[in-house]
Every structure is written in C-alpha cells, then in structure tokens.
Design a protein around this ligand. Structure first.
Ligand code: 6PG
Length: 223
C-alpha cells in the first residue's frame, strides 16, 4: 500500500490550503449528492484551517458536520474537540444544530455514547480531516491499541495515550470507506512518524488509513 506523494506547504499557507482542500472536496461530493458529510479532528493543528474554511463560500445548508473523535469531557471543556470546532467553524458559519452531529463526551456510559454515535453516521463519509501525533496515532487510534484491529464497530470508546485519556473514535472501517481523507500534519516533532507512515509502517495507525492524502509543512516533511 502506498500513498500519493504528500503536498508540502509553507507554514503560512497550510491553514488556507487545507481549507481549500476541504472546500473542494465538499464541492465534489455535492456535485452528485444532495448533502455532504464533513468529519473533523481536534488537536492543535486544524483550528486555523477551520477558521479559513468558515470564510469560504459553500452551500453550507447542504453540509453535515461530524467528528472523527472526541474526548470524554463536556462540550464546553477546554479539551473538547466539539468546542474547538464550534469556536472556529460552527459559530462563524452559524451552522444550525440540525447539521452538527456531536459526539457526546459528557455521557457517563461511554460505550452507549459510542453506539449511539455510530447510529448517526452515514454509510460513507464524504470528507475527513485527520491529524497525526508524534507516535503516529490518528483520530483516537493509538499504536498497539486493539481498536486498530476493529473491523465491525464503527465507533469505539478507548483509553488513549494522549491526555485526556478516555476518548470516542471512528474506527478504520469508517475512515477507509470515506471518499476523501486528508491528514494535516505540521511540526518537526512529527517528521519521523510521517516518514514511517509514508513508508507503510503499519504499526502506526495513520499508515493504516489507506486513502489518505497528506498535507505537511516542511518541518513535518523532514526538510
Ligand atoms: O483529539 C485529538 O487529539 C485529535 O483528533 C488527534 O488525533 C490529533 O489529530 C492528533 O493528536 C494531532 O494533534 P495536534 O494537531 O495537536 O498535533
């Protein structure tokens, strides 16, 4: 399994280029279907890309927002991926709640929350934005975790090695059936994981998302 060559983008253009990729991928999806689904990751990298995306002209009334993963914290918690997306994309767009499918990280029964989220997912996601940690985790799929081997459940509650520990995550069957996937990675701390993932080191969850397009800044590309 090999990936298309990564796009290497100067740091100052990364957010805009990632936003343009998401917008273009959504437009492609909307050419043949009435609605498009956009699944978003959290972490420190994608916020500026979400802000740039919110400024782009799209038929937003036809776009449904999902989450790639979420921490088991309330939606107004500083570590909530929902809060990140709400602040950078949903509020700027004024997207109605009916178009936002939030992972309920506030729920006590984590497995029930995962199962309920699974029921909201479309059969195939159109556009997925991923990130990757220095250990090669993506979504909340961490190296060596049994969730990497899951082939039936589409959403799992897991304990990850990036705090906060308890998370809900899409699994590889969902990510690998998506129509367009971008892994947006920046910073020299990721360079080794990027090199290993691009070389097909399947111990890295990010390497197992087979249809990933990669967008890197020069530092993550080892330059
Ligand atoms: O909830 C999360 O933490 C993210 O979904 C996670 O998969 C993230 O994409 C990577 O950890 C990279 O995070 P940074 O962008 O902060 O490096």
């Amino acid at each position: 399994m090999s990936f298309a060559p990564p796009r290497i983008v100067p740091p100052e253009s990364l957010a805009q280029e990632a936003a343009a990729w998401m917008a273009s991928s959504l437009q492609d999806a909307l050419k043949t279907r009435p609605r498009a689904s956009l699944a978003l990751s959290g972490g420190g990298t994608p916020g500026p890309a979400y802000r740039a995306l919110a400024a782009m002209k799209l038929p937003w009334e036809r776009v449904d927002v999902y989450f790639v993963d979420e921490r088991f914290v309330p939606p107004d918690h500083k570590d909530s991926n929902y809060r990140l997306v709400e602040d950078t994309l949903l509020k700027p767009l004024g997207l109605p709640a009916s178009q936002v499918f939030r992972m309920q990280g506030e729920r006590e029964d984590r497995d029930a929350a995962a199962r309920d989220y699974e029921a909201t997912l479309p059969p195939v996601l159109d556009v997925v934005l991923l990130g990757m940690g220095p250990d090669g985790h993506t979504a909340s799929l961490f190296p060596g975790h049994p969730a990497m081997e899951e082939r039936v459940r589409r959403v799992l509650a897991v304990v990850g090695s990036k705090p906060p520990p308890w998370r809900m995550t899409l699994t590889l069957p969902v990510l690998n059936s998506a129509r367009a996937v971008l892994n947006l990675v920046a910073g020299e701390g990721k360079a080794d994981a990027v090199r290993r993932a691009l070389a097909g080191d399947l111990s890295l969850p990010a390497a197992r998302v087979t249809n990933t397009q990669w967008m890197l800044d020069p530092a993550a590309a080892g330059r």
